[in-house]
Design a protein around this ligand. Sequence first.
Ligand code: ATP
Length: 589
Amino acid sequence: MSKSSSLDVISSLCKRRGFIFHSSEVYGGINGFWDYGPMGCEMKRNIKEDWWRFTVRNREDVAGLDATIIMHPAIWKASGHLDTFSDPMSTCRACKKLMRADQVWDILTDGEIGQSLTALLAEGADAARIAGWCKGKAKGLAPNLAAVLDADALTAAFEAVKADPSLAATVQALYTLLANAKGPQPAVTPCPYCGGELTEPRPFNLMFKTIVGPVEDPSNVAYLRPETAQAIFAQFQNVLATSRQQVPFGIAQMGKSFRNEVTPRNYTFRSREFEQMELEYFIRPDEAVALICGKVITLADSPDLSTPQDAWGWEVWHKYWVEQRKAWIQACGLPADSFVEYWQKPEELAHYARACVDIQYSFPFGVQELEGIAARSDFDLSQHQKHSGKSMEVFDEPLKLAAAKLDDAARAAFVETVVADWTGRGKDADAARAFVAKLFEGKYVPHVIEPSAGVDRMMLALLCNAYEEQKLVDEKGKEDVRVVLHFSPRIAPVKVAVFPLVKNKPEVYNKAREVFEYLRRRYATFWDEGGAIGRRYRRQDEIGTPWCVTIDFQTLDDGTVTVRDRDTMRQERVTLEQLKAKLEEALIV
Ligand code: ATP
C-alpha cells in the first residue's frame, strides 16, 4: 500500500470527482478563487456543521452569530486592519510579477528553477557545472538572471565559487550569487520566476475595497471582511444582552472572508475568498479572577483541563482551547501525529497578544498553519470601545460582591499588586489604578481567547490525509491500483451508496429504491445502478463513501443486504435492521 498525497494528484482527483473546480474555469479561471462541486460542497458543509455542533450546540457557554460581510468601515479602522493588515510586496522589474516578499524563497524552491538548481547541487555544483547551467537550462528558466544575461557576471560567479565553494551550498545562496556576483550593491533579491531584480518590499493592504451605493465617492468606500471575528466584537453587547450568557462565554461565527493575497498558492491553501470558523471566548481578566477566587490558577499548577474552573487564569483558558481544538481536529479524522502545536515566540506575537499557538499540519508542500489559537487580552473590545464611544464593559455581580468584602488595607494592597504587575509589563500605572477602580465596581472589559480556523484549509488537510493509492492483486493475479479516500464517516460527502445488483429485475430494483429512499431521508446517500458492482465500489472509494449496500435476490428472500466496507473492502450480509443500527451508531453524534 502506498500513501500518496502530492498536491497535483489530489487536485486532479478533486476535479475529476467533483470536489473542487477552478472558479470561472470556462473563462480561463481566476487566480485564488475556487468553487466546490457536488462532493466538495457536501464535505465542506459537514466540516462546518461538525464545527458548529462541537463549538456551539454541544456547549452551554457559546452563542452563535451570523453577521454581514460588508460592515461599517470604522470597524476596520478600530481593529487595526486599515492601517496594518498588509503583506510586504515586491515586483519584478523584468517580468513585472508581483509576489509576497517573505515568500520569494518558497516560490523559488517550489518552482522549476528551484528544482533545477536542487538537481544541480545534488550533482555537486562546481564552477564548471554552474556555468553550464547558466548557459543552458537557465536561458529558458531564469532568462533575466544576471549570470545568464551577462558573461562578466557569470565569470564573477564562477570565480567566487572556485574561491569559496560554500557560496553554492544551497539553492538560495547559489541563486543569490548568480544574481549578484558582479554587483550591484546593495545586493538584489532575484525574482523566483525569471531571475530579474525585485523591488524593495512595500506594504500592500489585503482588504478588498468596494463602494456602497451608487456614488463612487471615497466616503462610500467599504471593505469585504478579511476575517469574521470583528463582527463578534462589534455585536458583543447585543449578543450578551440577548443570549443570557455571562463571562466566561463565547460567541461563534463562520462564513466567508476575503483577502487580496499577493500570491495565492498551494491550491486552496491560500485563497482570496475562503471561509473561516471563529470563536471569541470572553474571559475575566486575571485580576477579576483573583478578587473573586482569591487565587489564579496558571499552567504552573498543572490544572486538569477537562472541566473549566472559575479560578482559571487566561493562560489556562488558552491552553484549554488549544486542547479543545486539537480534539476536534482529531475527531474529524486527522491523526494526532499529522499536526503540531507551534507556540509563537515572544518576538513573533502581536503587541496585544499574550500567547498564540498555530496548529500546523504536514501538507505535501510543508508544515503550515491549519488554524490559530490566540490569547488577545482585551485589545479588540477596548479598541471598539475607544473608536465607537460605546461601552464594551460587562457588569460582574460576583466580582462586585468579592470587592465589597475587602477592607481598605486589602484594597490598597490589591491596587499596589496590580500596579506593580502592570508597570512590570511596561504598562501605565494610572491606567492600572483606573482599571482596578472599575473592578471594585464589578466592571471590566473582558479578555478574549480566539480559536480561528479555516474551512478550506481543514478540507485540504482532510483530503491530503485521506488519499491513498493501494496496489491490489485480484484472484487472477492481475495488478490494479485502487484510489481511496479514507474520510471519517462524519466528514465523508456521501455516507452510504445503494446499488441494485441488477436493474432489469423490477423486484430487486424496487426493493433497492425502497432502501435508498429510507436512507436518503437520514443521510447523504448515493444511488448507482450503472456497471459492474466492482466498478461501482471503486467510484465510491474515490469519493470516500464509507459503506456500499447491494440489494440482490437474497434480499427478497430473507431481507438481508450486502454491506461493503470502504477501508477493509470486506463484505458482510446484514439485515436491514442491522444496517440501520450500524449507520446510526456511526453517524449520529
Ligand atoms: P497565514 O499566516 O497562513 O496567512 P494568518 O495567520 O494570516 O494565516 P489568520 O488571520 O489567523 O491567518 O486566519 C485564521 C485562519 O483562517 C487561518 O489559520 C487559516 O485557516 C484561514 N485563512 C487565513 N487566510 C487564508 C487564506 N488566504 N486562504 C485560506 N484560508 C485562510
